[in-house]
Design a protein around this ligand. Structure first.
Ligand SMILES: Cc1cc2nc3c(=O)[nH]c(=O)nc-3n(C[C@H](O)[C@H](O)[C@H](O)COP(=O)(O)OP(=O)(O)OC[C@H]3O[C@@H](n4cnc5c(N)ncnc54)[C@H](O)[C@@H]3O)c2cc1C
Ligand code: SF4
Length: 475
């Protein structure tokens, strides 16, 4: 057994997370990971070395005091652990489940070099799931005392994903009224319509949104920023500040012949139909079903894995993920790739689509693939995929889903004159405050940096809200 770098005592392995059996879970939308018990959490926390200079925190984009909250778990003081996390992170139950800890905090944990890093995400999840809030303020901030309301102060958020939820929670818990304008009929952003319930159960997000409602945050759905309401119109109506967190909802398309056939979807549409439209319950619900027999997914990130595992649950006979590079380059979490393969998803590496083929009625029947190999490294340092001459083949496919990323929708920018934009057309903001070139109009999350992560969106929402609060509240 390897020794601990600090104590020279033998290193214990990480307490394993219990999971649903793959053959059971492939037929349901219940959460894959079952969560630690109290005993498991305390045992795992007791492996932490309580380092003098904890490296884990340097890997956390919002600098959660990791060592301190883990120290509280060891003592069994789960409520204090929650309060400590809440000083930095607004959505611990979400982050504990879907943050890429292995690339962030756990990737820096000193134990990772010699053995297994502390299961920081698993511990964060345990603490968040078991905290029972006495007041909505405690749910949002970890503290029980709600701030006095400041009559006359109001802020608008456009979009209701993690960036806006974080901004709204920060401001509402400081007594500022917040109205959130959401284009869809349900708030929550990708947490609700993108990430499937088997990775992020809906009640977790609902709990956060309900706490915000109880603090007075007003969600106005079916309200499209740039059309139903405009940024300048909101300022004229008396909102002292506007935060824009409308995400990156414009899907990147494959642009190969046949991509207009019936049965070719973008990941956003496919997942929204299932998660938001409940396409799996067609008959009882209005959204037509999407149960392809032979499903092919293009892409290699978490979105592609989410689509593939959703297709498995919808009853597909075969599900392939097609990727033009090798497994090492797949950006998805290793754990998610493993889970998908356990459920029967097949990964077709070094292959790229060249065209979709359909029948006379325009229904998709197959996809033609080009075999690839890795050539010289390109400017990004990654080896460039190159076609292998003459090596083409067909894959039977009646449902194809393109999960190649997405970019911000320019609609809102185009409806508001005066926003400074960069060369890629993205909105420019002050890095410290999130303020745009229009005074008192802030922006953050995927809308500013392109499709990224929940924790980065939350960090941006928090930075902007803290600047707004600094300007609006008496010091
Ligand atoms: C399938 C999938 C899986 C993912 N998995 C992970 C993961 O495991 N870990 C991780 O960290 N990240 C993951 N991500 C990325 C993460 O979800 C995003 O980075 C994050 O949600 C961005 O937050 P946001 O607040 O910027 O925007 P979003 O969550 O995109 O929310 C934007 C909201 O604004 C609304 N909107 C858009 N336009 C308008 C308008 N004009 N007016 C009003 N409202 C508007 C949208 O309907 C949406 O509700 C995943 C993304 C997807 C799609
Ligand atoms: S989580 Fe890892 S790096 Fe952080 S204090 Fe514990 S042992 Fe040290």
């Amino acid at each position: 057994m390897t020794e601990s770098p600090n104590t020279k005592k033998p290193l214990r392995p990480r307490v394993a997370m219990p999971y649903q059996d793959p053959m059971v879970r492939r037929h349901n939308f219940q959460e894959i990971a079952l969560g630690y018990t109290r005993e498991m959490a305390m045992q795992e926390a007791s492996r932490c070395l309580q380092c003098k200079k904890p490296q884990c925190v340097t890997g956390c984009p919002v600098e959660v005091p990791i060592k301190d909250f883990i120290g509280r778990i060891v003592k069994g003081d789960m409520d204090e652990a929650y309060r400590i996390i809440k000083t930095a992170s607004s959505l611990p139950a979400v982050c504990g489940r879907i943050c890429q800890q292995e690339k962030q905090c756990e990737g820096k944990c000193i134990l990772g070099a010699k053995g297994q890093a502390i299961g920081i995400g698993h511990l964060e999840r345990y603490v968040a799931d078991h905290f029972i809030a006495d007041t909505p303020c405690a749910q949002i901030t970890g503290g029980n005392a709600c701030a006095m309301r400041h009559p006359g102060l109001k802020v608008a958020c456009i979009g209701s994903g993690p960036s806006s939820i974080t901004a709204a929670g920060y401001l509402a818990s400081r007594g500022i009224a917040v109205d959130v304008f959401e284009a869809l009929h349900e708030p929550g952003g990708i947490l609700v319509y993108g990430i499937p319930a088997f990775r992020l159960p809906r009640d977790i997000v609902a709990k956060e949104l309900n706490a915000l409602r109880q603090l007075g945050v007003n969600f106005l759905t079916n309200c499209v920023g740039g059309r139903t309401v405009t940024v300048n119109g909101l300022l004229e109506q008396g909102y002292q500040a506007v935060f824009i967190g409308v995400g990156a909802g414009l899907p990147t398309l494959l642009r190969v012949p046949g991509d207009n056939l019936i049965g070719v979807f973008s990941a956003k549409e496919y997942l929204a139909r299932v998660n938001l439209g409940q396409a799996y319950a067609f008959g009882n619900d209005d959204t037509p079903g999407l149960s392809g027999k032979n499903v092919t997914v293009f892409g290699a990130g978490n979105v592609a894995i989410d689509v593939a595992c959703t297709a498995v649950r919808l009853g597909a006979e075969t599900v392939h993920i097609v990727y033009r590079r090798t497994r090492e380059e797949m950006p998805a979490r290793q754990e998610e790739i493993k889970h998908a393969e356990e459920e029967g998803v097949q990964i077709e590496l070094l292959a790229a689509p060249i065209q979709f083929n359909g029948n006379a009625e325009m229904w998709l029947e197959s996809v033609s693939l080009q075999r690839m190999r890795l050539g010289e490294a390109d400017a990004s340092g990654r080896r460039r995929p190159e076609p292998v001459e003459g090596a083409c083949y067909e894959l039977k496919t009646d449902l194809a889903v393109v999960a190649l990323g997405s970019t911000p929708n320019p609609g809102l920018l185009e409806s508001t004159p005066g926003f400074a934009r960069n060369e890629q057309g993205y909105i420019v903001v002050n890095e410290q405050t999130g303020e745009t070139s229009i005074p008192n109009v802030f922006a953050g999350g995927d809308f500013v940096i392109g499709a990224a992560t929940v924790i980065l969106a939350m960090g941006a929402g928090r930075r902007a809200a803290s600047e707004i609060a600094r300007r609006l509240l008496p010091s």
